[in-house]
Design a protein around this ligand. Structure first.
Ligand code: BGC
Length: 385
């Protein structure tokens, strides 16, 4: 079994290396931008299961491609599966990976509380589990967590909203605007642990301005349960924005800003607002709207002055961190953590490696996203990768 795996691997590696040589390496090309530094570990081999939540959002496609490429470059065989945002499908896919005899699992959970059975089975088989981007909760069998500083992402989303409204300047100093501004708040999917961290970071930043009356949430919907968007769905967000406009803005008042935690949600909100006669762009009355993931369609909307901001989380770096962590486990070593306090999954504090994110505005698309090779100028202009 092991020998045949290695044979497949050797053929796969030649192919992968040939392909890697022709690849540009950014999000748009599906590569991870790795310069092949992990290739030296190729001798070890092994099969790694990579479970991603969905292919409907381009960030997870980029993550899947980057993790797969990083691991194959490092000499591993990879079983990569997407679960179509369906919880039973993800459970079954992970069950299958365990049955297949994977040596390690990398999992970005759909519902962070739904995988305890799979993780018990993995532990019983001696398979280390790396929680990828989203923390798996309620299990002692999560070995490591690679992610971004999720609370800081929420701070950045709220900060960009304040900057867009003119309450703050980009350098963090006080701006000239005093409001009051009407804002509405959106949160992510409550079964995703990250949604709570984003919300906390954002609300800690916005609350003082709400308390002093500079920001007014006219709908009154200021609890995460009211603001939540199941499965981060664009359609659900569009419908909620339509309902908010009907419920709180039929008196002719206008929405000035929307806290959005994800670019798909931002685009749903924008559609609802445009259908209601806002915009099309910020200069024609579209509210200031934040986002996350620097999805190419939203980057174009930012370049075109429709969406105000997004948060860039470089999936190439996260994938590289997952690869480094996997290599450490498979070499029998402890991976390096840079946070051993923040991520309590309900059973234990999971050792974590946190990466930094950046706020993208129209004026820094070029240095952050194009010069770094994440997207090409053509992709930004067309809004397609
Ligand atoms: C990720 C975000 C993403 C969201 C929706 C979260 O867990 O951290 O980057 O926008 O899921 O896919």
């Amino acid at each position: 079994m092991r020998n045949s795996k290695i044979a497949v691997l050797a053929t796969g590696m030649t192919l992968t290396m040939a392909l890697a040589a022709c690849s540009g390496g950014g999000a748009g090309s599906g590569g991870n931008g790795s310069d092949g530094e992990t290739g030296a570990a190729a001798a070890e081999g092994g099969l790694i299961g990579v479970s991603m939540p969905t292919e409907t959002s381009e960030r997870w496609i980029a993550d899947g491609a980057a993790v797969e490429k990083g691991l194959t470059d490092a000499g591993y065989e990879v079983s990569l599966q997407f679960a179509g945002d369906d919880i039973p499908t993800q459970s079954q896919q992970i069950d299958q990976m365990i049955t297949q005899g994977v040596d390690l699992l990398v999992i970005a959970a759909i519902d962070g509380t739904a995988l305890s059975g799979q993780l018990d089975a993995a532990a019983a088989a001696g398979i280390p589990v790396i929680s990828y981007d989203r923390l798996i909760r309620d299990s002692e069998n999560v070995d490591f967590y690679v992610t971004f500083d999720n609370e800081e992402v929420g701070v950045q989303q709220a900060t960009s909203l304040l900057v867009g409204l003119g309450i703050l300047n980009e350098d963090g100093s006080e701006g000239d605007a005093t409001g009051p501004f009407n804002v509405e708040l959106f949160a992510g999917s409550l079964d995703d642990n990250n949604a709570h961290f984003f919300w906390k970071g954002a609300m800690d930043t916005l609350q003082p301005y709400i308390d002093e009356g500079t920001l007014v949430v006219k709908s009154g919907q200021t609890d995460i349960e009211q603001a939540a968007t199941l499965r981060w769905s664009q359609e659900t967000a569009q419908k909620r924005m339509e309902d908010l406009l009907t419920a709180a803005y039929s008196d002719g008042s206008k929405v000035d800003g929307v806290l959005s935690p994800f670019d798909g949600i931002s685009r749903g909100v924008i559609t609802a607002l445009q259908n209601a006669g806002y915009g099309p762009g910020i200069d024609a009355g579209m509210p200031i709207i934040s986002g996350q993931d620097a999805e190419i369609a939203s980057v174009k909307l930012i370049a075109d002055g429709v969406q105000y901001s997004t948060i860039f989380k470089d999936t190439r770096k996260l994938a590289d961190q997952a690869v480094v962590t996997a290599e450490a486990y498979l070499a029998g070593e402890e991976p390096e953590a840079n946070d051993t306090e923040t991520y309590d999954n309900g059973v234990k504090v999971v050792p974590s490696y946190l990466l930094e994110s950046d706020i993208v505005y129209a004026d820094n698309i070029q240095p952050l996203l194009v010069d770094s090779g994440y997207y090409t100028t053509e992709q930004v202009e067309s809004g397609q990768s």
